[in-house]
Design a protein around this ligand. Structure first.
Ligand code: NAD
Length: 303
């Protein structure tokens, strides 16, 4: 079967889904897409996507249906609201949204009950990765469904990892982002402590980046301007990875921690700190800007 014989339904043509669907169309797949936002549909038409009249219509005669939506509620509501019913039996569903592990598992169950198959395949790499086709996919699902989806994931991404069974792709995503959120807070607290003690940011960077404190949050996304010229701190904390998305992902991690009785005081606290940072108006800043919140609070200033 050649690529042009494969029809892909695509629901959710937003910041991420729009360029992902465009890359599939560019590669030669027949893509039939839908979004609630008229502007997304206009852009999709320009990108060679056939716009259809409803989410369910994307699944009609499709070989694969991809969803890229804000939350698990959106995915499950669409599955229950006609998307699964409109698909041919045995259709492959690929959910790329970042959602609760529990919702991802519920989605797999609904697929099975409806006679379909599917994988959870959340991504990292942001809007730039979506446009460039360099996303990383973390996949949960059966071996044969992973293999069936692999060629499409290769078009949209550069790294594809099969992490395990249903929901385990989402598990990988939230575990990784919990490490990231916690480490960014730890790095930021260390810089602010250093400042109070008369240690320059550059000196702390020179030591920690070559010692056991070394991590991505320090050496790539350094929260203070100077040591890493490409980090968002040098560009007025323009994202990058927005604090609102870190808040979302840590919220999902917190749900999974509670659901599974994990004694993770630091992970839960990181979720609270990013929630507060988001709610006080900083959701649009890079997540490394949390250092400014820590510094202000340390100086007795309200945020
Ligand atoms: P977005 O809000 O830009 O896109 C979501 C789209 O879904 C919107 O265009 C919205 O209109 C559409 N939508 C919602 N309900 C719908 C429905 N019932 N039918 C059809 N369309 C519907 O969000 P995004 O930034 O593209 O993120 C999508 C997902 O990817 C989220 O789960 C997010 O957590 C995840 N993600 C985002 C990034 C990022 O950098 N933006 C990075 C990694 C993962």
């Amino acid at each position: 079967m050649s690529i042009s014989d494969i029809t892909v339904g695509f629901v959710g043509l937003g910041h991420m889904g729009g360029p992902m669907a465009a890359n599939l169309a560019k590669a030669g797949y027949v893509v039939q897409g839908f979004d609630l936002a008229p502007a997304a549909l206009e852009q999709a038409t320009q990108d060679g996507i056939t716009v259809v009249g409803s989410a369910a219509a994307t699944a009609v005669d499709a070989d694969v249906v991809i969803t890229m939506l804000p939350s698990g509620r959106h995915v499950l509501d669409l599955y229950d609201g006609g998307l699964l019913a409109a698909a041919r039996p045995g259709t492959l569903f690929v959910d790329c949204s970042t959602i609760d592990v529990a919702d991802a598992r519920a989605a797999h169950e609904r697929l099975e009950q409806a006679g379909h198959r599917g994988i959870d395949a959340p991504v990292s790499g942001g809007v730039m990765g979506a446009s460039a086709g360099t996303l990383a996919f973390m996949v949960g699902g059966a071996d044969e469904d992973f293999e069936a989806a692999h060629p499409l994931l290769d078009v949209m991404g550069r790294k594809v990892v099969h992490c395990g069974g249903p929901g385990v792709g989402q598990a990988a995503k939230i575990c990784n982002n919990m490490i990231l959120g916690v480490s960014m807070i730890a790095i930021s607290e260390a810089f602010v402590l250093g400042e109070k003690l008369g240690l320059s940011n550059q000196a702390l960077f020179d030591v920690a980046s070559n010692a056991s404190g070394q991590c991505w949050a320090l050496t790539t996304n350094c929260p203070v301007p100077g040591p890493v010229p490409g980090s968002p701190a040098n560009n007025d904390y323009q994202p990058g990875f927005a604090a609102a998305l870190m808040d979302k992902d840590l919220g999902l991690a917190a749900n999974a921690l509670r659901d599974n009785g994990v004694d993770a005081e630091i992970g839960l606290r990181a979720a609270e700190l990013y929630r507060r940072f988001h709610e006080t108006g900083h959701g649009g800043e890079d997540f490394s800007a949390i250092i400014n919140d820590i510094r202000h609070r340390s100086n007795g200033e309200n945020q």
